[in-house]
Design a protein around this ligand. Structure first.
Ligand code: SF4
Length: 342
């Protein structure tokens, strides 16, 4: 873990007012008639060595946010400051193609689907070795040795380097994907639903592996998932997203025990309870998730929030620090007594 000398972790990434709008075009001249607001003014920071869990319902914009951070897709507006060295942060949104390619060594992605993310015509050696070759990191014998080390680190058998992806199980393929992401020696990894396509019995194994690798390779994770139990397992802090906006962010234990946003409370209420005597009523969210092309006025959650008042329909709540390091976007974050889980 990196530290600023006073016990505080230093910032690796700082995102300011990030937006990603996808234009809706119509007619022969493809006139822009609106926008799908997939990411709508997100501010967040990630410290070196931590895992920030990003959670929300499917379609809330979390994958788009992860891809924008790596500039796999171009953000519409905003800044993404990334620490390249101890005293240098660069705004990734200002980088040209060449600098961006050089930066990609340090920031990689692990994908959700271990079946479609690996080229079926390439061997394990080629898949993991490709980023080493393309980035001029290693060639020939040195490349092969490096691939062997990575294969061992992710718990695969080095005898299987010449095999093709179809010869492996889902969990093993995800290990290959992780080894490929580690090949260039990244500092930061966006893991997009890395366990959701896996059998439940393999999920915990994979999360433990990711935690071990984080320590071994000094990694920082943005861990994206729709599943709060998975997020709880791996995250130091959690950010909750709804229709392109952040609703809440805090340390994991604090967010689970003392949610400060009604949307988080509703998500927590749906978690399976370890103790059947624990009585926490599940909050059923009525209605559909709003369409990000025409979100509601005021607080986007007001159409489904059981605490909504007139002001929620009129005015968008500010993103505020409710208690130290605990942020929420809710007009009543300080007054509401919301129920968490222990
Ligand atoms: Fe609910 Fe209003 Fe808070 Fe939005 S601002 S979460 S509608 S109480």
């Amino acid at each position: 873990m990196n530290d600023s000398g006073n016990g505080k972790r230093i910032l690796l990434l700082e995102i300011r007012s990030l937006k990603k709008y996808f234009p809706i075009e119509k007619g022969f001249f493809r006139k822009v008639v609106g926008n799908i607001k997939a990411v709508d003014g997100v501010n967040l920071s990630i410290k070196e060595g931590e895992s920030l869990g990003l959670v929300g319902e499917s379609g809330c914009g979390k994958t788009t946010l992860g891809r924008c951070i790596l500039r796999a897709i171009e953000p519409t507006e905003g800044s993404i400051f990334f620490r390249l060295t101890d005293d240098k942060m660069v705004d990734l949104t200002s980088l040209g193609k060449k600098s961006l390619r050089a930066m990609r060594r340090y920031a990689q992605m692990i994908f959700q689907d271990p079946y479609s993310s690996l080229d079926p015509r390439m061997t394990v050696l080629d898949i993991i070795g490709e980023p080493l070759f393309v980035n001029n990191i290693a060639k020939g014998k040195e490349l092969e040795d490096r691939v062997r080390e990575l294969v061992k680190a992710v718990g695969l058998n080095v005898k299987h380097l010449k095999r093709y992806p179809h010869a492996f199980s889902g969990g093993q393929r995800q290990r290959i994907g992780i080894a490929r992401a580690l090949a260039t020696g990244p500092k930061f990894i966006v893991a997009d639903e890395p366990v959701s396509a896996l059998d439940v019995s393999v999920q915990a194994e994979m999360l433990n592996l990711m935690q071990d690798l984080q320590e071994q390779f000094h990694l920082t994770y943005l861990f994206i998932s729709h599943d709060l139990s998975v997020i709880e397992h791996i995250s130091d802090r959690v950010a909750v997203m709804y229709v392109g906006k952040l609703m809440e962010m805090a340390e994991t234990e604090e967010l689970f025990l003392n949610p400060k946003n009604p949307y988080t409370e509703a998500l927590l209420s749906a978690l399976p309870k370890p103790d059947p005597d624990l009585k926490m009523e599940r909050i059923i969210l009525r209605g559909e998730t709003p369409n990000p092309a025409s979100p509601p006025s005021g607080c986007y959650f007001h159409t489904r929030c059981k605490y909504a008042k007139e002001i929620c329909r009129r005015r968008e709540p500010a993103w505020e620090e409710v208690t130290p390091e605990h942020f929420s976007a809710c007009h009543f974050a300080k007054e509401l007594q919301l129920t968490g889980v222990s």
